[in-house]
Design a protein around this ligand. Structure first.
Ligand SMILES: [Cu+2]
Length: 145
């Protein structure tokens, strides 16, 4: 019992030093945003799709209780989309079925990841972090035409 408690205290001390003193954050979380100002902070004041080049897009999405804004994004097949997501309220997930995109969306941070959609179809966007009583209603879609 004593060894277990000592191990737990040592573990929590290492975790606390790593998180607070060394300022360690999840790898994709490099850009910060004031969660109270998401709806007034560009580009999240006008979330949606931006074309940046031939078959190159940036998609800005806000994950909030209990939806994604915008709910749906449509791109042509072969497009590479870089997703940027943030949350004004609680921690959400950002998982696009059939792709490797699986991000945690943490208030105060902007998460980003890219994917090239080679096959046309409708890809389900899901929140896979429990975010409250309406969590199971939280989904969106990426339509690839
Ligand atoms: Cu959720």
């Amino acid at each position: 019992m004593t060894a277990g408690v000592i191990t737990l205290i040592v573990f929590l001390c290492i975790l606390g030093v790593a998180a607070l003193h060394d300022n360690i954050v999840p790898p994709s979380h490099l850009q910060t945003i004031d969660p109270a100002q998401v709806s007034q902070t560009p580009p999240f004041d006008k979330p949606g799709l931006r074309k940046t080049g031939p078959k190159q897009y940036e998609a800005y999405l806000v994950a909030h209780i209990f939806a994604f804004t915008p709910e749906s994004i449509t791109v042509p097949a072969g497009s590479t989309v870089t997703f940027y997501a943030t949350s004004p309220d609680v921690v959400h997930g950002f998982f696009i079925a059939g792709t490797a995109i699986n991000m945690m969306v943490v208030p105060g941070w902007v998460s980003d990841d890219s994917h090239t959609f080679t096959k046309s179809g409708t890809y389900l966007l899901l929140c896979n972090e429990y975010c409250g009583s309406g969590h199971h209603f939280m989904y969106g879609k990426i339509v690839v035409q």
